[in-house]
Design a protein around this ligand. Structure first.
Ligand code: AMP
Length: 416
């Protein structure tokens, strides 16, 4: 029989790692509410066209990495490789521009890219991200970057670096791309095969190549910073001065371009010194043309997406928020219903309670208490029933007391 295993590039999540996921998700909800982000959940699959128009038909993600298939009605469906196009689609389709103020969203969820799996890179991976719509200011870009940086600090991720750049706009970028293509054509034979292809398809991405020889050559190519129009130039200067006020340390990196096609003006990336090859923790920037590309009017937009698996790689320990666990131990099967009654009372009050219904004797029940890491055993035996009381054993200290049933509420208030 062939063994059924999880598909390549996916992983199951369970204890103890799941604790880190729960911690991060809780922190995201709490932290980003400070900046008035509301959660949005969009479908995991969309019509393929959305990503061709949104993520960009020339991007590597769309060209090489999408999980695309035909549904039973012969429509082309794609598992989302990223969430930004879906959020924009949702805002347009549901007319949220009229409904929600401020137009700020966060999301958390799985994304799918047919990539080469390795440490920190998966085929089903998870991102959380934020999107701000309707604000063209340099300050809001800086606020988004501040919130990204601050979040990593909040969850105690250290040794991180922020790189920023401006990739210009529809006005100034074409001139730059022309000059870049000319320079790249001249050096064509010295570039790797992939970069040679990018000269015509997506020249900006030549700056992304990890090949050291290509890096050396492209270091001499024109820089976008020399081609920014006055508006983009001022916007980028505004982002930098706001970041200084926000006390966020950054490096201006003229080589920084992002993998997705829709960015305009500000782009940024936070990398980790610890991650090695897959060092990008999160990335984002401004995308002022995406609403229009997807059929809406022009609405300025900015945001970022972070890879949760990569954040998890950095979390050594998360605070233990475990509630104290109570086990109910009963002397004989005839007390099972009494045990059940007591546990019902405790569950309804919100306490974590476990009963080993099948254990043959109290010794076995105490063993189980230990295995599940319980803090207290509430013991129901002959003596307790006749005196209308409960014995409570602290399983960490082994200290045991007996209290009257009517004193239970007070004991719970004082001890759990
Ligand atoms: P992107 O959507 O490509 O801008 O990526 C944003 C972030 O998502 C990156 O900085 C990574 O942390 C994470 N990421 C992207 N692709 C993957 C992948 N295949 N596996 C794990 N994390 C990823």
């Amino acid at each position: 029989m062939t063994e059924i295993i999880a598909p390549k590039g996916t992983k199951d999540l369970y204890l103890p790692e799941i604790k880190k996921w729960q911690f991060i998700e809780e922190q995201i909800r709490q932290y980003f509410s400070r900046f008035l982000y509301q959660e949005i959940r969009t479908p995991i699959f969309e019509y393929t066209e959305l990503f061709y128009k949104g993520t960009g038909s020339e991007s590597e993600v769309v060209q090489k990495e999408m999980y695309t298939f035909k549904d039973k009605a012969n429509r082309s469906i794609t598992l989302r490789p990223e969430n930004t196009p879906s959020v924009v689609r949702s805002v347009l389709e549901n007319n949220l521009v009229q409904e929600i103020v401020p137009l700020r969203f966060f999301y958390i969820g799985p994304m799918f890219r047919y990539d080469k799996p390795q440490k920190g890179r998966y085929r089903q991976f998870h991102q959380f991200g934020i999107e701000v719509f309707g604000d063209p200011s340099a300050e809001v870009d800086a606020e988004v970057i501040f919130s990204a940086f601050g979040f990593l600090e909040e969850i105690n991720i250290q040794n991180i670096e922020l790189h920023i750049n401006s990739v210009g706009c529809r006005q100034c970028r074409p001139e730059f791309l022309k000059k870049l293509q000319e320079s790249a054509q001249q050096k064509r034979d010295e570039l790797c095969e992939d970069c040679q292809r990018k000269i015509t398809t997506n020249p900006l991405r030549i700056f992304d190549c990890k090949n050291t020889h290509c890096i050396e050559i492209s270091n001499h190519f024109p820089k976008i910073s020399d081609y920014l129009c006055p508006q983009c130039h001022d916007h980028f200067a505004g982002v930098r001065s706001a970041l200084s006020i926000l006390e966020v340390p950054f490096t201006s990196n003229p080589r920084l371009v992002r993998g997705l096609d829709y960015y305009t003006r500000t782009v940024f990336e936070i990398t980790s010194v610890r991650l090695g090859a897959q060092d990008a923790l999160l990335g984002g920037g401004r995308y002022d043309n995406l609403f229009q590309e997807l059929g809406g009017k022009e609405i300025p937009a900015t945001g970022f997406a972070a890879g949760i698996e990569r954040l998890i790689l950095h979390l050594d320990q998360v605070p233990d928020s475990k509630k104290k666990i109570i086990c109910i131990v009963f002397q004989s099967p005839s007390f099972k219903h009494k045990a059940l009654k007591l546990s019902t009372y405790l569950w309804k009050k919100g306490f974590p309670v476990f009963i080993d219904y099948n254990a043959k004797n109290m010794k076995k029940q105490f063993k189980k208490c230990d295995r599940i890491g319980a803090d207290y055993a509430f013991i129901i035996a002959e003596e307790e029933i006749s005196s209308q009381s409960i014995s409570i054993k602290n399983l960490k200290t082994t200290e045991q007391i007996q209290i009257k049933s009517e004193a239970l509420d007070q004991w719970l208030r004082e001890n759990i």
